[in-house]
Design a protein around this ligand. Structure first.
Ligand code: GDP
Ligand code: MG
Length: 163
C-alpha cells in the first residue's frame, strides 16, 4: 500500500487545483459515498523518487454552514484515519475565515503531521500576507500557487520527507 496524503480545507481554497497539479496527467478515481460526504477523488503522485496516493476531499452540501461543517468534520475524520500526511489548505486571497478556524481546531488535536498550505500566493505580496495564517497554530506554513506552481516544490520536498 502506498502512503496517503489528504487535502482538506473549506470549499474554494483550491484543494482540487492542488490535487490536479499533484496527480498531473494520471487518472483520478472517484469514490461516491452516501451521506454528507461525497465526491472523494483518489490519485497517484510522484516526487523525489517517492510514489504516494493523494486524496482530494470535497462535495459538501452548499449554502448551509451547519451541514458544511458536519461534512468537513466527516472528511477530516476519514483523512486522519487513512492519511500519513494532511495538507490543510487556506486561501491567501480571502484571508482567515471562521471555517478555517473550525478546521484548524479539529486538526490541531491530532497526532498526524499537518502541513498548513496557504494557496493562491501568486505573487510576493500574497506570500507576505500569508503570515497571518500562523495564528491558526501550526508550526510550518507553505505559501504556494497551485495555478502557477510557485512554492509547490518546497511543499512536496517536505511532504515526501514525512512519508
Ligand atoms: P476547492 O473547492 O478547494 O477544491 O477549490 P478549487 O480547486 O475548485 O478552486 C477554487 C477556485 O480557486 C477556482 O476558481 C480556482 O481556479 C482558484 N484557484 C485555485 N488555486 C489558485 C491559485 O493558486 N491562485 C489563484 N489566483 N486562484 C486559484
Ligand atoms: Mg474541490
Amino acid at each position: 500500500m502506498l502512503p496517503v496524503v489528504s487535502i482538506v480545507g473549506r470549499p474554494n481554497v483550491g484543494k482540487s487545483t492542488i490535487f490536479n497539479r499533484l496527480i498531473g496527467s494520471r487518472k483520478a478515481i472517484v469514490d461516491d459515498q452516501y451521506g454528507v460526504t461525497r465526491d472523494r477523488h483518489y490519485g497517484e503522485s510522484f516526487w523525489n523518487g517517492r510514489d504516494f496516493n493523494v486524496i482530494d476531499t470535497g462535495g459538501y452540501l452548499p449554502n448551509e454552514t451547519d451541514v458544511m461543517i458536519q461534512g468537513i468534520r466527516e472528511q477530516i475524520h476519514i483523512a486522519i484515519e487513512e492519511s500519513d500526511v494532511i495538507l490543510f489548505v487556506v486561501d491567501t486571497e480571502a484571508g482567515i475565515t471562521s471555517l478555517d478556524q473550525s478546521v484548524a481546531q479539529l486538526l490541531r488535536q491530532e497526532e498526524k503531521p499537518v502541513l498548513l498550505v496557504a494557496n493562491k500566493a501568486d505573487n510576493e505580496e500574497r506570500e507576505l500576507n500569508a503570515t497571518e495564517f500562523y495564528s491558526l497554530g501550526f508550526e510550518e506554513l507553505y505559501p504556494i500557487s497551485a495555478l502557477s506552481g510557485r512554492g509547490t516544490g518546497d511543499l512536496l520536498d517536505e511532504v515526501v520527507k514525512l512519508l
